[in-house]
Design a binder for this molecule. Structure first.
Ligand SMILES: [Zn+2]
Length: 328
C-alpha cells in the first residue's frame, strides 16, 4: 500500500494468478517509507501488466489449439486441393494476429517492468538514474560510481549474468519492434509444403506452433514468454534483496524534491562552509516520531519527500508540532 496526500493506493486488486509472482518479487525486502511504497507499487504494476499480457497470449494460444480459427476449414480445403504437389520448400503460414500482437506488446511491457526497478535502486542509494537504459549498461556504470552501494560487485555480477541469460536479447527484439514496427524473429503457425504433401492437415495442431528466434536459437513463443517471466521474477527479487530494503533502516533524507526544487543546500564559503542552508521554510509532516520518519511537503509541487528528522536535528534545525515548519 502506498499513501499519497489524499489517496490510498491498494494493490490488492491484482488477479490471483499474478499475486504469487508479486510476492516472490518482494520476498526478503521490507518497504518502510512512503516513497518506497510508491516505487514498489509502480514496479509491481509494471510486472503485472506484463504478466497479464503473457496470460492473454497463453489463453489465446490454448483457444487456437483447441478450436482453430473461423477461416481455418476453408484454408484446409485449399491445402487439400493443392496436395500432393505443393512445392516441398514452400511454407504455409497461418497468421494468428492476436498472438503476434500479444507477443510484441509483451516485449514493450517487459522493458517497462525493468525500467520500474531502477528508481528503487536510485531511491535506496541517492542516485538519479530513472530507467533501464542501454540494456542495463548505464545501471552498471552507476553502480560502479556509487559509493553508497554495499553489494556493488554482487549487483553488477547479477546484472551481467541476467543480461547474457535473457535481458540483452529481449531488449534487442523490443528495440527492433519499437523502431521498425516489425519483428522478423517471430514466426506464426507454419506448415511446410513437404509435410502437407505427406499427410493431409486436419487442424491447427498439424501446423508448427509460433516460434521466435532469440540469438541463434528458435524457441516456441509461448515457452519463451514463460521463461522470460520467471527469469524476471527471480532477477527482480535478487536485485531488490541486494539493494537491502531491510527492516529497521533509517529513513532517507533528501535535499531536493523529484520536481527539482531544492529544500536546502550546503554553504560553499562563509564562516561555516558545509553548513546546510534552508532555501525556505521546511514544511514537515511527521509520520512516525519513534522512527524519526517525516515527509517534507514541496512548496513548488506539493508532493512529499521522505526525510529523517534526526538528520535535520543534527544539522541544527528544530521543529515542534505534528505539522511544523522548521527554523534554523
Ligand atoms: Zn516538488
Amino acid at each position: 500500500m502506498g499513501t499519497l496526500d489524499n489517496r490510498i493506493v491498494l494493490l490488492g486488486a491484482a488477479h490471483g494468478f499474478v499475486i504469487n509472482d508479486l510476492r516472490s518479487i518482494t520476498d526478503g525486502s521490507t518497504f518502510l517509507y512512503e516513497r518506497e511504497h510508491e516505487l514498489q507499487n509502480a514496479l509491481l504494476e509494471g510486472f503485472a501488466e506484463m504478466a497479464f499480457i503473457e496470460r492473454q497470449y497463453q489463453t489465446a494460444y490454448a483457444e487456437l489449439l483447441t478450436n482453430g480459427t473461423p477461416e481455418l476449414p476453408g484454408y484446409l480445403k485449399e491445402i487439400a486441393e493443392a496436395r500432393p504437389t505443393l512445392p516441398a520448400s514452400c511454407v504455409i503460414e497461418l497468421h494468428a494476429f492476436d498472438l503476434s500482437t500479444y507477443f510484441k506488446s509483451f516485449l514493450l511491457h517487459a522493458k517497462g517492468a525493468l525500467d520500474k526497478l531502477v528508481p528503487l535502486y536510485s531511491y535506496r542509494y541517492f542516485d538519479n538514474l530513472k530507467q533501464f537504459s542501454d540494456k542495463g549498461e548505464r545501471l552498471i556504470r552507476a553502480l560502479k560510481n556509487n559509493k553508497h552501494v554495499t553489494h556493488r560487485e554482487q549487483l553488477i555480477a547479477l546484472l551481467k549474468k541476467n543480461k547474457v541469460l535473457w535481458i540483452d536479447r529481449l531488449i534487442d527484439m523490443r528495440d527492433e519492434y519499437a523502431h521498425y514496427s516489425s519483428l522478423p524473429a517471430y514466426q506464426n503457425f507454419t506448415l511446410a509444403g513437404a509435410k502437407a504433401n505427406q499427410k493431409l492437415p486436419s487442424g491447427i495442431s498439424d501446423f508448427d506452433p509460433p516460434t521466435v528466434v532469440v540469438g541463434e536459437t528458435r524457441h516456441i513463443a509461448s515457452e519463451y514468454l514463460q521463461t522470460v517471466k520467471s527469469n524476471m521474477v527471480a532477477f527482480l527479487n535478487q536485485f531488490l534483496r541486494l539493494c537491502e530494503f531491510t527492516p529497521g533502516r533509517r529513513p532517507k533524507h533528501y535535499l531536493h524534491c523529484d520536481c527539482g526544487y531544492v529544500f536546502a543546500k550546503r554553504s560553499k564559503q562563509g564562516k561555516a562552509p558545509g553548513k546546510l542552508i534552508l532555501t525556505g521554510t521546511l514544511e514537515l509532516r511527521v509520520k512516525n516520531r519513534d522512527l524519526d520518519y517525516a515527509v517534507i511537503v514541496c512548496p513548488r509541487c506539493q508532493s512529499t519527500t521522505d526525510t529523517d528528522l534526526k538528520f535535520w536535528r543534527d544539522e541544527g534545525c528544530s521543529f515542534s508540532s505534528q505539522h511544523s515548519g522548521s527554523k534554523q
